[in-house]
Design a protein around this ligand. Structure first.
Ligand SMILES: *Cc1c(COP(=O)(O)O)cnc(C)c1O
Length: 428
């Protein structure tokens, strides 16, 4: 059985411990919600102030050139590429995850429009915005969205038939923390003649991703979760180089034009991923995102061969393993069930526990004790969920111990039953 002393020893031996100094966290808070909103990089306030007061205030319009504002989506895209197994020039940071999904799914559907394939396949348990965007695009473009369970993807009864145009999946499930085998599923989709669209919202900065090695087609991801880019930070979009020069982007704004400052009356798309851009970019928000990306890339120093995510993954698994072990030992008989897969290859960087009753209130009681996780409503297949994200950049082993200690106290005392913890807020 792991003890508090063991946890302290693990922190003392942890080579990644100094990475925590890159962040400004409120005193005493154990933050297990970096999967929803990453924490503030200490460098961000000064950098954002510099962009505002110097680059905007003094540089004014000149800063598009002198402060390299114009290249920012590509320059940050190159940084993201290092975290998702892509190459420089293959990624841009722009727009929101939802908008980028619209663009990449449209592109994939356009590529398949003459094949007679009519189905877009996704998981019923996918993040709702992905399904909503797919629903409207399918309606607009004459496709049908087919929702499936994860176990229908492989094996003899696989839904991947010659009717499928696009398989659109989120790599790590937001609610359960279950992770797909991107390479195997992409190969199965390709064998069936389908293109793949991967949402990396809970993967980028959380787990190693190998887009090129997996031979994926399209991918998007979120800037404000594990990438610490700040609330509503720009998201990113990637496309495999085999499609890069020919994919069709529906939001054909001037920033995706081959020569925006020629001001010609007709659209001519930029040669590569530059065509993913639509309009003028949010420079202040991009500056915040860069600070976040740099906090993750700082982990490259700890694994010079495999990169930042390899170093972070080892610690992430150790943290989630420890949390699972301590919860099972110390909260036994309290009605909690592990939802996240135990197998490392199938686990993201979060641990989700379900409980038939009180999940929301337990999370609220924990938040009142400065242990911040979150709650996600269950459905017909699964009870309500308590969700805990583990960001190895700033979470330590003693934090895991303390979080479980608070959970034990909240459950054993029945504290969560208090009325104040059972009132629902607008944002959960
Ligand atoms: C967080 C998340 C989003 C967020 O989309 P926004 O456009 O930033 O609101 C989309 N998809 C998935 C799978 C997510 O986890």
């Amino acid at each position: 059985m792991t003890t508090l002393e063991d946890c302290r020893a693990l922190d003392a031996q942890d080579p990644l411990r100094p990475l925590r100094d890159q962040f400004t966290l409120p005193e005493g808070v154990i933050y297990l919600d970096g999967n929803s909103l990453g924490v503030l990089p200490t460098a961000a306030p000064a950098r954002i102030a510099e962009v505002v007061t110097l680059e905007w205030g003094q540089g004014l319009i000149r800063s598009w050139n002198t402060a390299s504002w114009f290249d920012l989506p590509q320059r940050l895209g190159d940084k993201v590429a290092r975290l998702i197994g892509a190459a420089p020039g293959e990624v841009v940071c722009t727009d929101s995850t939802s908008v980028n999904l619209y663009k990449v799914l449209f592109a994939a559907l356009s590529q398949q429009k003459d094949t007679g394939r009519k189905l877009v396949v996704s998981e019923r348990s996918n993040f709702p915005t992905d399904l909503y965007i797919a629903e409207s695009l399918c309606r607009e473009r004459g496709f049908t969205l087919k929702l499936i369970e994860a176990d229908e993807l492989q094996g003899p009864g696989s839904v991947l038939t010659d009717e499928v145009a696009v398989l659109m999946l989120t790599h790590v499930n937001y609610r359960t923390g279950a992770m797909h085998d991107m390479k195997a599923i992409t190969a199965a989709a390709h064998a069936a003649g389908a293109l793949t669209v991967w949402d990396l919202a809970h993967s980028a900065g959380a787990v190693p991703v190998a887009l090129n090695e997996s031979n994926a087609d399209y991918a998007i991801g979120c800037g404000y979760k594990y990438l610490n880019g700040g609330p509503g930070a720009p998201a990113f979009a990637w496309v495999h180089t085999r499609h890069a020069g020919r994919f069709e982007q529906p939001l054909s704004g001037w920033w995706g034009h081959a020569a925006p400052f020629e001001f010609t009356p007709h659209y001519r798309p930029a040669p590569g991923v530059g065509r993913y851009l639509c309009g003028t970019q949010p420079i202040i928000a991009l500056a915040g995102l860069e600070c976040g990306l740099d906090t993750v890339l700082a982990a490259e120093a700890f694994d010079k061969d495999q990169g930042a995510m390899a170093a972070l993954r080892a610690k992430s698994l150790a943290l989630t393993d420890l949390f699972i072990e301590l919860v099972e030992e110390r909260c036994a008989g309290q009605g909690l069930a592990l939802v996240t897969p135990r197998e490392h290859a199938q686990r993201g960087s979060q641990v989700c526990l379900s409980r038939g009753e009180g999940a929301y209130a337990i999370v609220q009681a924990l938040i009142a004790r400065d242990v911040i996780g979150d709650y996600r409503a269950g459905d017909s297949q699964m009870p309500d969920i308590l969700r805990f994200g583990f960001t190895p950049l700033y979470i330590g082993f003693e934090d895991v111990w303390n979080a479980v200690e608070h959970l034990v106290q909240v459950l054993e005392s029945g504290e969560w039953k208090r009325e104040e913890f059972n009132r629902k807020n607008a944002v959960t």
